[in-house]
Design a protein around this ligand. Sequence first.
Ligand code: G6P
Length: 369
Amino acid sequence: TAADKGSYRHYMLKEIYEQPRVLAETLEGRLSRDRVLPEVFGPDAGAVFDQVQRIQIVACGTSNHAGMIARYWFESLAGLPCDVEVASEYRYRPHVVSPGTLFVTISQSGETADSLAALREVKSQAKHLATLAICNVAESSLVRESDLVLMTRAGPEIGVASTKAFTTQLAALLLLVIALGRRHAMTADTEARLVEGLHALPALIDRVLQMDADIAKLSEAFADKHHSLFLGRGPLYPVAMEGALKLKEISYIHAEAYPAGELKHGPLALVDAEMPVVAVAPNDELMEKLKSNLQEVQARGGQLFVFADERTTFEDSPGLRLVSVPAVDDALAAVVYTVPLQLLAYHVALLKGTDVDKPRNLAKSVTVE
Ligand code: G6P
């Protein structure tokens, strides 16, 4: 059954390994060869989507990180303005709603108290064009109470630290970016390129999972540390945040994420040999900028762990461990680079002997405020 660990030592590991399959399931029946099918968001969606002028995303925890990545996608690929906010802030903050705003909630459980309260507050004010939920539980309150719904098909997620729910949220969000984007700035060519990337994604994640043994080795460098820093730029900045969240949730090592360009505005003061620095470095236009950020870390004796595109010109050197990641289209790099960071957190937690599936003080779903 889905709630069986099988041969895996922990649910979290099983769920990490399920990602190729559940990504394929989340995309199943929703794509043609080069298009997102129009009926994916239900019969009422088209009329709503025609009027959308901007996006407001609200979520908590890992789901909020998915929203932060989608913001980069909405603005760069769809030409739609997008804001993202954690639900516990949004619900209590008087906010200005521009005309044509689609309110999007993202939630694995569909029962997170703050996300639900934000949705209910928004509905009572009736200033948004419509509400849309991206959710993993069909019977949930969030799904019942939203105008439009797109289900992720991750299956039951038991590990408290979210993994497969997150990557399927990203796939679902990309479907939404495309469905709205084609009504705005997105060309048919871009849509076709993204859809091609989505078709190839499950097999690509399979390849990424083959990095497991190397990452297990690398995790030894973290097990005796108390602090760590995660760096990324662009959509890989929220990926760094998610990597840091995984590490702190299950290994209890303090992990902080920074957009790499902000390094010199504070965190550089903390860098020494006792604080490993993880960087995610796809082969995008920010690569050279990231490189100079990382040189600043190296110059201060920091230990760097760089997850970089296999085509990279980065080189292993004293103080820099290079981990090569399969080449991927820029738009899908966020999904691909998430997986090695999940594995890193998992292996560090194993070494530390923590309760991986049930970390102290945390709940799978926070249904009371
Ligand atoms: C809890 C869980 C996280 C999750 C967050 C939001 O904090 O431990 O893994 O990301 O709630 O949950 P949701 O079900 O709304 O995605």
